[in-house]
Design a protein around this ligand. Structure first.
Ligand code: ATP
Ligand code: MG
Length: 801
């Protein structure tokens, strides 16, 4: 302790000067903390005039956020430290009353010791930024303020009980720059007698809602921290186009009304040339033999189906290619096969398809706005992807969208990746009770029933994609479980049907499919209509199939050995019982995935069926039969459209999904001073500044942890060599909860960058701030060298080259 008293000796002198005594048993006592806070307030007129002159009034809210954030961050870090100290002393809230008084005393001394160490940091002047009077830029003043608030915040948090500025009663002067609260108070949350870890959680919640820069948020007593409608700021522009790029069908919805006007998103309808009106167009794309784009959607499908012979053989026709991104290790050079077996780069195929949708959207909107010309950059774009997709697939789609000219490099924020079932949920939660085909919701909308838990099942062509949401106070949503599902979407039924045709026409079908892929397309196309109801199916047998089959034997004979199909004067008839069999695997897969969720929670009130496949009565009846006893089954009108409509809403307000379950444990590789009791011997290395343990997996976030929308986490890291001029960061992920080293099995590197740190004056004490932004459907990491301001950001590239 003596050395600690020595360290504060300078302050004793200054306290004596000001006539205030210092308590040597606890030099950083509550009165001293109040005094330090008063010093900051004393300086405030100088600080605010400096801020005003250097940054202008528009930075007011930024500065307020910054101060709140630093105080709360300091509070969270210190309470965690206290928790850790308690752990070391074998104390916790439950046992602390009965603990040995000596143990309690040592614990208190340790905390005081920590407080003193922080207190003395300032005297050592090691980490101090430029003093106020030397600050030249707005950034300098901000840094000065950040440092002051964080330092003071840590001292306050270590007081027993913790102190905080009284944010809830801001000063009442006329000067709007008087944003530093007048008083400090004992933390009200701490007084609520909640456990320390719960207290940290509350503080972190407060911290998170302080974080989004540029978005103002006022805390108020009545506002719970957990995401009320007002709590999460809205963002996004008024002009939004949302693309639902599906396995079977794609489409888009848009909004060009100001975001405060609540209008229904507009949907583009397709198929006018072939007397159809559907909200999506087939995700089919045709290229000529030189791999030049020819057509997309209905046009591509019809061009392909109607052409014959050599033309068809040379052209490259792609369908269902979205599934090539499911559960695959991806890279940007990956190739996919057209129906004729020829290959093209997947990225080019995706990019051309997206480009076609983009151009159609811009010209369609122009036609409906008296010819006003728009460019892609006038809009915020939303692109939906299955929730169960890996990050790398989402990243692949972003790259394809960039190549399609939807966004340009440097403007990546204008493209939002949305999760399909989430988007549907966002739309459906606002629907009135009569907005659903199946079952009745009662009189309330979902978003007016806080606490309600429901499952959204997006039944698409390729994937069954499931998310579980709880409605929060105010209508925002919280994800309750990691996204789940499978690849047993509507096309599974098509596949079974095709396999049955293959079975009927054994010895003919394979040859036929090779020779006439376009005719096969047509049969499959016709079959879609029959998936809606459980009725007998009747499909005309294409000319060439009949001809090829007849060459071998009489066509009726093919039907003798199969059950459930008959030949009827040029038509293939399939019984409804057989049709039901085609659905079986898919239906069982869907109900199994839903059942897995019911195993984890018993509070689900609704199942919401969305996606084109949910149009099928067969599917809806199956889910009703299976789950009607457990919950209410809902299906909105036009279930295929709700994904893109919800995606428009999501583009207006990404905070609507207030938190999500994190799918991986993420970490960064670091070194620590070697400790033979904790570290692996083989990880030990020595440099001129010490003995270190390398390859340590420092956790940034745990698998299954709730991550809030737009959440940012910060860590401070230090160099391992006093004269190193750059620091390299490598990021890792694993499905495991407990991981100590980066090279453990099932741990993979997901990205890296290097941050320059040219000024080595502070040696090992240089701080590099690592800021991780989670909570979007992707993740970005930024490393900043505090001294030079040198900074590196990556949207972590999850793709392996
Ligand atoms: N009326 C209907 N009855 C039965 N199935 C239908 C009906 N309408 C569409 N489908 C099926 O729904 C699927 C297409 O739905 P949707 O457009 O939601 O999928 P997608 O978005 O293309 O696929 P994914 O979401 O898996 O990428 C197709 O398998 C189609 O056959
Ligand atoms: Mg879909």
């Amino acid at each position: 302790m003596k050395s600690l008293y020595d360290r504060v000796a300078g302050d004793v002198a200054s306290s004596i000067k000001t006539g205030k005594a210092i308590n040597l048993n606890n030099p950083v006592s509550k009165p001293r903390i109040i005094e330090l806070y008063e010093d900051l307030r004393w300086n405030w007129p100088k600080i605010k005039s400096s801020l005003r002159s250097k940054g202008g009034n528009e930075n007011l809210s930024k500065v307020r956020d910054l101060m709140q954030k630093e105080f709360y961050q300091a509070m969270a870090e210190m309470i965690e430290k206290i928790n850790h100290i308690d752990g070391v002393f074998g104390l916790n809230m439950e046992r602390s009353d009965t603990a040995n008084p000596k143990v309690k005393e040592y614990r208190q001394l340790t905390i005081q010791n920590l407080q003193l160490a922080i207190y003395s940091e300032k005297q050592q002047d090691l980490k101090n930024p430029t003093p106020l009077h030397q600050c030249k830029t707005f950034q300098d003043v901000e840094d000065y303020l950040r440092h002051e608030c964080f330092w003071l915040g840590r001292l306050m948090a270590l007081n027993d009980p913790p102190l905080e500025p009284d944010w809830f009663s801001p000063p009442t002067t006329c000067d709007k720059w008087d944003i530093l609260p007048h008083d400090i108070i004992e933390s009200p949350k701490y007084q609520e007698n909640i456990s320390k870890s719960e207290f940290v959680r509350v503080i972190l919640e407060l911290l998170k809602i302080c974080l989004p820069e540029g978005e103002r948020l006022r805390l108020s007593h009545s506002q719970p921290a957990g995401g009320t409608a007002g709590a999460v700021p809205t963002m996004g522009d008024s002009f939004i186009i949302a693309i639902d790029f599906g396995t079977a069908y794609s489409g888009y919805a848009f909004s060009i009304t100001p975001r405060n006007k609540k209008t229904e998103p507009c949907v583009r309808y397709w198929g006018e040339k072939s007397a159809r009106e559907t909200s999506k167009t087939p995700t089919c794309i045709l290229f000529d033999k030189y791999k030049q784009f020819v057509s997309f959607g209905y046009e591509a499908k019809e061009a392909y189906v109607s052409r014959m012979g050599a033309d068809t053989k040379d052209n490259l026709f792609f369908e269902s290619f979205k599934m090539s991104l499911y559960k695959r290790k991806l890279n940007l050079d990956m190739k996919i096969k057209a129906t004729n077996g020829k290959e093209m780069k997947a990225l080019q195929v995706f990019a051309e398809a997206l480009k076609c949708l983009k151009e159609d959207a811009l010209s369609y909107i122009a036609q409906h706005t008296a010819g006003k010309k728009f460019t892609a950059s006038d809009f915020t774009w939303v692109l939906t992807v299955p929730a169960i997709w890996d990050h790398s697939a989402k990243e692949f789609m972003r790259e394809a969208a960039t190549q399609a000219g939807i966004v340009t490099k440097g403007k990546e924020d204008k493209l939002i990746i949305a999760l399909e079932p989430e988007a549907a949920s966002v739309y459906c939660k606002k629907l009135p009770s009569d907005g659903f085909i199946a079952e009745n919701l009662g009189n309330v909308k979902l978003d007016q029933s806080p606490g309600t838990q429901y499952v959204v099942v997006d039944c698409g062509g390729g994937t069954i994609d499931i998310t579980v949401h709880e409605v929060l106070e105010g209508g925002n949503l919280k994800e309750l479980h990691k996204a789940s599902g499978n690849d047993l979407g509507g096309q599974t039924v098509d596949r079974k049907f095709k396999q049955f045709l293959q079975e009927i026409f054994t010895g003919v079908w394979d040859d036929y499919e090779k020779k006439f892929p376009n005719e096969v397309q047509k049969i499959m196309y016709d079959f879609t209509i029959f998936k809606k109801h459980l009725d007998d199916v009747e499909i005309s047998c294409p000319f060439n199939l009949g001809k090829m089959a007849e060459r071998k034997k009489k066509i009726e004979k093919y039907f003798k050995k199969v059950q459930g199909a008959t030949w009827d004067e040029g038509s293939i008839k399939i019984s409804k019982e057989k049709l039901r069999v085609f659905f079986e695997e898919s239906l069982l897969g869907i109900s199994q995935s839903i059942r897995d969720i019911f195993k984890k929670t018993s509070k689900i009130k609704y199942i919401l069926l969305v996606g084109g496949y949910a149009e099928s009565e067969i599917l809806r009846h199956h889910i009703t039969d299976e789950f009607a006893e457990d919950c209410i089954i809902l299906c909105p009108f036009r279930p295929q459209e709700v994904i893109m409509k919800g995606a428009v809403e999501f583009g207006r307000n990404q905070g609507v999904v207030a938190s999500r379950k994190n799918p991986f444990t993420y970490g960064v590789g670091i070194s620590q001073k070697f400790d033979k009791f904790r570290h692996r011997e083989d990880k030990k290395y020595t440099n001129k500044d010490g003995v270190w343990c390398g390859d340590i997996f420092m956790k940034l976030v745990d698998v299954g942890e709730d991550v809030r929308w737009n959440e940012t986490r910060e860590h401070t890291l230090y160099p391992v060599e006093a004269n190193q001029k750059a620091m390299s960061f490598s990021f890792y992920r694993t499905k495991k909860k407990n991981v100590a080293y980066i090279d453990e099995p099932d741990t993979e590197e997901i990205g890296s960058f290097i941050v320059e740190s040219p000024d080595t004056t502070l040696g090992l004490n240089r701080e590099i701030r690592l800021k991780i932004k989670f909570g979007f459907t992707e993740m970005t990491a930024t490393g900043t060298d505090r001294e030079s301001g040198s900074s590196q950001t990556i949207r972590i590239n999850f793709m392996k080259k």
